[in-house]
Design a binder for this molecule. Structure first.
Ligand code: SAH
Length: 351
């Protein structure tokens, strides 16, 4: 299949369900051939909703005084981790706002405790932390790091993601550094950010491939009304990418074709737009991972990146059985073990 920039733009602009079928069919076939029928479960723990940043799109941004902030204790996190192990998950994902109250030492100690008690892979998603934190956490046996570059359009990125103090935000540099440290590296984008064009999305796809990502997470942009994004102007003349579930499926399918061995989740943002079948449709159009939520219900509603998130009022146990049911309903299997990235294990992968 032609996967040039222009061909990607044509697919991304296609809205006819019949004409999209071959794209989805091919993505599903490549998914089956390259990463198999297993769907890996990554248990998500939302450690803290404190954040130092002022991202224009995110409900955790530092200046939202109306949001009650929380930071989980080590014991609370370990309870979630024990749940993950008991549920048979292979990975825990520790995610938070960019919270420097989660100190290097605290996170290091947490990783060590998880590794001493369980065989789980540990994925970190803690924002743009200093190189030294990333190095020390890798030495403490963290396995993977997720940091979306959000958009490859530098001007748009700068508009929605202001720097912290004097330091220019350079997520691409951090992603390359993570790779040299030996992490499995995950990134991704939001789809339908006001000001984002179809060409931008095709550039995002090319960058996924150039970065040789092990994990790729994409989801529709969902407006949080109490963020500056509410006032961001959309592009005119049919150039603005709509923030729809269909756009997200097209991005998943194209990401699968361009990066055949990457682990690709069917994300919560997609499930938020289509609670009935969004997860399944993502899995049938190229995705092979889901991230059931393990965050204690009392904190979940406070991890308000965007409103009305899927799985908001479920317990960890309910989230688990819901995900398993969805996976089985489409004839797939729940993956066993850690579900390490087949991309990382590619024989021809450059060092
Ligand atoms: N502080 C960490 C984790 C952020 S939450 C970090 O910045 O990496 C993880 C992802 O949620 C973000 O990378 C972003 O892509 C997504 N996100 C944030 N706000 C969103 C919104 N309004 N709609 C959709 N996705 C959003």
């Amino acid at each position: 299949m032609d996967l040039s920039h222009d061909a990607c733009v044509r697919w991304l602009r296609e809205t006819d369900a019949e004409r999209l079928k071959p794209l989805y069919r091919e993505a599903d076939a490549v998914r089956a051939r390259e990463v198999g029928d297993d769907v890996h479960l990554r248990g998500l723990v939302e450690l803290s909703n404190h954040c130092a940043r002022l991202c224009g799109y995110c409900g955790l941004r530092a200046d939202r005084d109306s949001l009650t902030r929380y930071r989980m204790s080590t014991e609370e996190v370990l309870d979630c981790v024990r749940n993950a192990a008991a549920f048979g998950y292979g990975t825990v994902v520790l995610q938070a706002g960019e919270d420097y109250g989660l100190t290097q030492a605290w996170v290091t100690d947490l990783i060590r405790q998880i590794k001493s008690e369980t065989d789980l892979a540990v994925t970190l998603s803690l924002g743009e932390r200093p190189d030294d934190d990333l190095r020390v956490w890798k030495e403490a046996s963290a396995d993977r790091y997720l940091l979306r570059f959000e958009t490859s359009n530098r001007a748009l990125y700068d508009r929605i993601h202001p720097p912290l103090g004097e330091t220019q935000s350079d997520r691409l540099a951090i992603l390359r550094h993570l790779r040299t440290l030996g992490y499995e590296v995950g990134s991704g984008v939001m789809i339908g950010i006001p000001g984002q064009s179809f060409d931008d999305l095709a550039d995002d796809l090319a960058l996924f491939r150039e970065l040789d990502l092990d994990m790729i997470g994409v989801g529709p942009f969902i407006l949080h009304p109490e963020t500056p994004a509410a006032a961001f102007p959309p592009l005119g003349d049919g150039e603005q990418v709509p923030a729809t579930e269909e756009m997200a499926y097209k991005m998943i399918a194209l990401a699968r074709l361009l990066c055949p061995k990457a682990n690709i989740p069917s994300t919560t943002a997609i499930a938020t737009l289509n609670k009935a079948t969004g997860r399944e449709l993502g899995l049938q159009r190229g995705a092979n991972v889901v991230m059931p939520n393990l965050t204690p219900p009392k904190y979940r509603a406070l991890y308000q990146i965007y409103p009305a998130k899927a799985c908001l009022d479920e317990t960890a146990e309910e989230c688990r059985s819901c995900m398993r049911g969805r996976i089985h309903s489409i004839g797939r299997h729940v993956g066993r073990g850690r579900g390490d990235s087949p991309n990382r294990q590619r024989p021809d992968r450059p060092a």
